[in-house]
Write a protein that binds this ligand. Structure first.
Ligand code: IMP
Length: 191
């Protein structure tokens, strides 16, 4: 079955393809000729995921799913949350965001945080939502070079490796996005 993942991020496409398995033909936005940036102007993860999925369905008439992820840090009242991509400002790098988190968390002992992902699926015009979450702690210094985003400073509960110290298959099996994707796949397989 062909399905479009509404992302330009090839890192995310390959993570998703590994979870989906070979029975799915996964296409990302460049594969369908969608080169524009899709608006993400909602103030919730769910709103942004739905906005992206609807955009692809309306403009490209393809079954599709979109995700939106946020890192929520308890001591920062849930920040960066829906603003995770641009926490350190428009056009900032992953490293700028990590450095801002470390600055904001300096001297704070409550390091509890979680990643949340919402996946919105539009299948034959119907919408469905799937959520995944992983709890953990914000490290005081970055560790590891795998992954992306806030991975070097996120230590998932029950593990002694940051997300950036894990290989992709271990991260996928426990991550927010992995869990949301597993729910999406179970749903598609049971239809
Ligand atoms: P997006 O909604 O997947 O684009 O995620 C928004 C932002 O959250 C990204 O720009 C990253 O900074 C961060 N992020 C998303 N997923 C992950 C992850 O798996 N590890 C670390 N950071 C992530």
């Amino acid at each position: 079955m062909k399905i479009v993942f509404a992302t330009h991020n090839l890192h995310k496409k390959s993570e998703a393809a590994a979870i989906l398995g070979p029975q799915w033909e996964l296409l990302a936005l460049p594969d369908i000729g969608c080169l524009e940036d899709i608006p993400e102007t909602a103030d919730t993860l769910q709103g942004n995921a739905l906005q992206k999925a609807h955009y692809v369905f309306d403009h490209f008439h393809a079954n599709c799913f979109a995700d939106d992820t946020g890192l929520e840090i308890e001591a920062l009242d849930g920040a960066p949350g829906v603003f995770s991509a641009r926490y350190a400002g428009e056009g900032c790098s992953y490293s700028d965001n990590v450095q801002k988190v470390l600055r904001e968390m300096k001297g704070i002992t409550n390091r509890k945080a979680c990643f949340k992902t919402v996946v919105a699926l539009i299948l034959d015009g119907q919408e469905y939502l799937f959520e995944g979450r992983v709890d953990g702690q914000i490290l005081t210094t970055p560790r590891g070079s795998e992954g992306f985003g806030y991975d070097p400073v996120f230590l998932p509960d029950g593990f002694d490796k940051s997300f950036a110290e894990m290989d992709a298959s271990l991260k996928n099996s426990i991550s927010h996005r992995g869990r949301a994707m597993q729910k999406l796949i179970s749903f598609l397989q049971n239809r």
